[in-house]
Ligand binder design. Structure first.
Ligand SMILES: [Zn+2]
Length: 391
């Protein structure tokens, strides 16, 4: 008696299954990970998990083809942004096809690519590739790309190292070779309360925070006035930017504020080190803290970093760029101003580019969709990748 054949799903069927898992970043992704793991196992592919510290989430990675280094890894994230507060025409947790579009949360960002990558990994195994293909699915991308670094570290322990990483964030199947880095720092300025009529005897956390924000404005103005480097010139805007997105503090108009909290982020262009920008900011904080403590030793400034995403530095003639250009025929120069896990793969020693179906403008929106034609282009891309790997 012959063994029953495992179900072989199309990319579209895999996408349908993935979208049904409401893998919002703050919630578990384990049902989706279980499903992918079981599907791969049904085709004889053993996947590996890298658990989040609290074991409510996991990354999944797997390998098809000869057990050797130098293959290609296709990577996406499992998490999606929430739908709360958004008005959807159809169920966000069900793929609905209408007007040549696949509507559903994550179809564009980025379960469409995940589905194609899972499909390709199974095909690589079934057809037999001469060079390996690897799949890597992370968690917590949408809350600061915090899931990919431990996943990449675990991959280094378990799998032969791939030579090129293709991160399928929506790029309209264009080859994106660079993106800015990002660093977020939570700043807590601690002042000293006195009646505002006695201003010099107190320390207003708000007014001191304003100095740091003013410092950030000055850096933006300086950067804008400088002639950008050739790499920076690819970006819009062509310089590193500082931004404060939220601020709170103070209790009354006539009390110097005891507390002011704000979130400072900066987005550095490739070629400018995030560490040196960070040190500049810390030096300014140290200077200001001393001045505050000269008035009131109780005053202070506390910094807690909350995200860091390394820039993706273009690698002309790099393995990933060369491969992605050959597969897409795209020879243009494209960079994006949002961060992705590609910079983290590159940081870990992979040649990396971003290339995936869909338009980033659809990401995170109500009625998020992926054009059917984009999904088909992604499918054709995977077919060419399989051929490239000798399937
Ligand atoms: Zn994404």
């Amino acid at each position: 008696m012959s063994k029953p054949q495992p179900d072989l799903l199309s990319p579209r069927q895999i996408l349908d299954a993935l979208v049904r898992f409401p893998t919002v970043s703050r919630d578990t992704n384990l049902p989706m990970v279980d499903w992918v793991e079981a599907y791969l196992a049904s085709h004889g592919i053993a996947a590996h998990r890298q658990w989040h510290a609290d074991r409510t989430k996991a990354a999944l990675f797997a390998h098809s083809g000869p057990w050797e280094a130098g293959g290609v890894v296709v990577s996406g994230h499992t998490d999606v942004v929430p739908v709360a507060g958004q008005v959807w025409t159809s169920d966000p947790w069900e793929v609905t096809e209408r007007d040549g579009r696949l509507y559903g949360r994550g179809t564009c960002d980025m379960k469409g690519f995940d589905a194609l990558a899972i499909w390709a990994l199974v095909e690589a195994h079934r057809r037999g590739v001469a060079r390996p293909l690897q799949l890597a699915l992370s968690y917590d991308e949408e809350i600061g790309c915090t899931g990919a670094p431990p996943m990449i570290a675990a991959m280094a322990q378990v799998l032969p190292k791939a030579g090129a990483a293709l991160i399928g964030e929506p790029s309209g199947m264009r080859v994106v070779t660079g993106h800015k880095g990002g660093t977020g720092i939570a700043v807590h300025v601690r002042g000293f309360e006195v009646h505002s009529s006695l201003l010099p005897q107190g320390v207003s956390a708000i007014m001191e925070a304003a100095r740091l924000i003013g410092w950030a404005n000055d850096r933006n103005a300086e950067a804008r006035a400088r002639v950008p480097s050739p790499v920076a010139a690819l970006f819009d805007p062509p310089f590193t930017t500082f931004h404060v997105g939220t601020i709170s503090g103070g209790t009354a108009n006539n009390i110097t504020a005891a507390d002011c909290r704000f979130l400072m982020e900066f987005r550095n262009v490739p070629g400018e080190s995030a560490e040196s920008w960070h040190s500049l900011f810390v030096a300014e904080v140290d200077r200001l803290r001393s001045a505050m403590q000269a008035v009131r030793p109780e005053a202070g400034i506390d910094l807690s970093p909350f995200f860091t995403v390394p820039a993706l530095v273009p690698e002309p003639e790099g393995a990933a760029e060369t491969l992605a250009r050959r597969l897409t025929g795209d020879n243009g120069h494209h960079v994006v101003s949002y961060g992705t896990e590609a910079g983290q793969f590159q940081d870990a020693g992979y040649s990396a580019v971003v290339c995936g179906p869909g338009d980033i403008a659809q990401a995170h929106q109500a009625d998020e969709y992926l054009e059917v034609s984009e999904f088909a282009a992604g499918h054709a891309f995977m077919e060419r990748l399989l051929a490239e790997l000798g399937a």
